[in-house]
Design a protein around this ligand. Sequence first.
Ligand code: ATP
Length: 277
Amino acid sequence: MDVPRAPLRSTAPVVGPPLGTNGTALSIRRAVKTYGPVLAVSDASLDVPVGQVVGLLGPNGAGKSTLMKIVLGIVRANSGTVHVLGREMSPEAIDVKAEIGYVPEAPLLYEFLTGAEYLDFVADMYGMDPRARRERIGQYLTALELAGHENSMISGYSQGMKQKVALISALVHRPRLLVLDEPLNGLDPRSARIVKDLLRSLARQEGVGVLFSTHVLEIAQAICDELVILHHGQVLATGSVADLRGRAGLPGSGLEEVFLSLTGTGDLGEIVQALAR
Ligand code: ATP
C-alpha cells in the first residue's frame, strides 16, 4: 500500500504570522515544569539571539534537558511561553518546528539503517529535494569525517560516529535554531574541534541561533557568545564569561571557579578530601 508522505517543510500548514528574525531565534519566558513533587524548571527565562551561540551550563539535575525539551514541545511546561523566530510554539506549529534542529542527550537512531539511509529518511521528512539533500549530506559526511562509512549499518558505528549522524540529522534541513543537548558527547578531541568550528560558522555565516548544553566549561568558554547558568531549575546568571566573572566577584578567574562559585558548589575540594579519607 502506498502511504502518502507529509514532508514537514513544504506542505506544513502555516498557523501564524510569517517567521521573522526580530533579532531573536529563541525566547523562553518564565518557564515552569514540575515532575510530580520535583520542580525541574522554575521560572526560567532566556534568549538566543540570531547568529549567536548560547551555552546552557548547570550541575547534574539542574533542568537543562527539561528546558530544551520544553522548547521542542517534547515536555509540556506547567506555565511560561516559548517563541521561536518570533512565533509562539504550540503543538500545531509544524512550520516552526521545521526551523529547529535538535540533538537530544541520548539520540536514538534507527540502527538497522545505514548512515546514508537514515539521513536520507530525515531529509525526506523535511521534504528536501534530492539534489540539495545529496549535496548537503555529502558535505557534512566529509566535514565530520564519516565519508566512507555512510553505507555501513548504524548498529556497527562507534558512539562518536552515532553522535555525528545525530548531529548531521539536526543540520541537514538548514534549521535557523539549533537546540543541542551535550552535542560533543562521545566525540574525540579532533571531532569535537570540527563540531565547535562548525557551530561557530553556522552562527556567524548563516545567522543560526544555537542553544547548547555542556558540562565541559572550556568548550563553553571557547565558543559561546553568552552563557546561561541554571541551578535547581532557576537561571542564576546570564552573560559573557567576563560578565559572569564580574558577577561572581572573581575577575581574572577561570570559568570553572566562576561556575563553582555561582552554583554554590565551590566546596568540592572539601568533598574530594572527605572521600579520600
Ligand atoms: P544532567 O546534567 O544530569 O543531564 P539536567 O540539567 O539536564 O541534568 P534534567 O534532566 O532536566 O537536568 O532534570 C532536572 C530534574 O528533573 C532532575 O531532578 C530530574 O531527576 C528530574 N526529571 C527529569 N526528567 C524527569 C522525568 N521524566 N520524570 C521525573 N523527573 C524527571
